[in-house]
Design a protein around this ligand. Structure first.
Ligand code: SF4
Length: 340
């Protein structure tokens, strides 16, 4: 039976209308579910008793069950959830001075094969449904009540959001709906390897912040690190990014994982300046976090600084993003659903 948790408001209005109820009841139910995190009809106090009884079969408990929580020394927390079919996914919260960011997964595993990423080693097991994507948010939101609020959400956990486009867009619409979670599009980020058609479709649907995972400034390097580049080379991906109707005063983020001896030379930095010319963006440099199964190396600190200095000298706003949660393998590209 269809679960109301996955429905956008107009769809829910249609279902409620079909039950012979006025449409405003759908708005009340939508607000209970997504705004207040109430998933049981008998707790929706402003609905008539008869309707509550009829709703019960359409409302299930969250499809994600917390299985384990690990906390790193820096306060980053990694949550492992079991899905109803036994698959495991991970979500991460990252507290900072004035914000707490929740990083959500969109797939169980990932098919993209980026060589620096631990999730890639799992391969793709399956896509997540809308309720499984949202379920991570609702489960963690209910745990953080009374503590720091979740101020930002990034789709940067396991999986490539654009490879699971429909459920990702639907989840974004519910997260940003004023009667739903009411998150501003400025506080929502989709991090992606950049698949041109789906990228444009997602941005047309919900103009959230976009982080493009670039990691190589020439096609040879990027293809070595990210197989998707053989299908969609750098110039094609950046052209798609340039076509997005970016609002005034907003910028794209370019994520660049610096890997020792692979993509961290000054020549790479100069080439990066060339390919980003004229694009409204900032660059986040992420020193690679080695994990047990990889031979790739972390970059030398001096090389990271030199890379940043070169980009800055050319007028590109560039930050070094210290990896968070490295001691519990919660950092970028380290989620894999098992192990620590
Ligand atoms: S970096 Fe992202 S897209 Fe690449 S394999 Fe890992 S999860 Fe998939």
């Amino acid at each position: 039976m269809e679960d109301f948790l996955s429905l956008e408001l107009p769809e829910l209005e249609g279902r409620i209308h079909a039950l012979g109820q006025p449409r405003y009841r759908a708005r009340q139910i939508f607000s209970w579910i997504h705004g207040r995190g109430v998933f049981r009809a008998d707790q929706m106090h402003n609905l008539p008793g008869e309707l509550r009884k009829r709703l019960a079969p359409f409302l299930s408990p969250l499809p994600v069950e917390l299985d384990r929580t690990l906390e790193a020394e820096d306060g980053t927390k990694k949550f492992r959830f079991r899905l109803r079919d036994g698959a495991a996914i991970e979500s991460v919260t990252i507290p900072e001075e004035k914000r707490t960011t929740l990083c959500l997964s969109t797939q169980v595993g990932c098919a993209q094969g980026c060589v620096f990423c631990r999730t890639a080693r799992m391969g793709l097991q399956r896509n997540l449904r809308v309720d499984e994507i949202l379920g991570q948010y609702y489960a963690i939101r209910s745990m953080s009540e009374g503590q720091a609020d979740l101020t930002h959400v990034v789709f940067m956990g396991m999986g490539e959001p654009l490879a699971n486009l429909g459920p990702t867009c639907r989840a974004l619409k519910i997260l940003t709906h004023p009667l739903g979670c009411g998150l501003s599009t400025r506080r929502l980020t989709v991090s992606t390897i950049g698949i041109p058609g789906p990228l444009e479709e997602l941005y047309r649907t919900v103009p959230v912040s976009i982080t493009l995972s670039l990691n190589g400034a020439d096609n040879e390097t990027r293809s070595r690190l990210m197989p998707i580049n053989r299908k969609h080379p750098i110039e094609e991906v950046l052209a798609a990014l340039r076509r997005l109707p970016l609002a005034p005063r907003r910028r794209f983020t370019i994520a660049y994982v610096l890997i020792g001896g692979e993509n961290d030379s000054l020549q790479d930095a100069r080439q990066l300046v060339r390919v980003l010319h004229g694009l409204r963006c900032k660059v986040n440099l992420i020193p690679f976090n080695p994990f047990p199964e990889t031979e790739l190396r972390a970059p030398k600190e001096a090389d990271v600084t030199a890379f940043q200095d070169l980009l800055r000298s050319k007028g590109i706003s560039t930050h070094i993003r210290g990896s968070r949660g490295g001691d519990v393998l919660a950092a970028c590209g380290q989620l894999c659903g098992d192990g620590p």
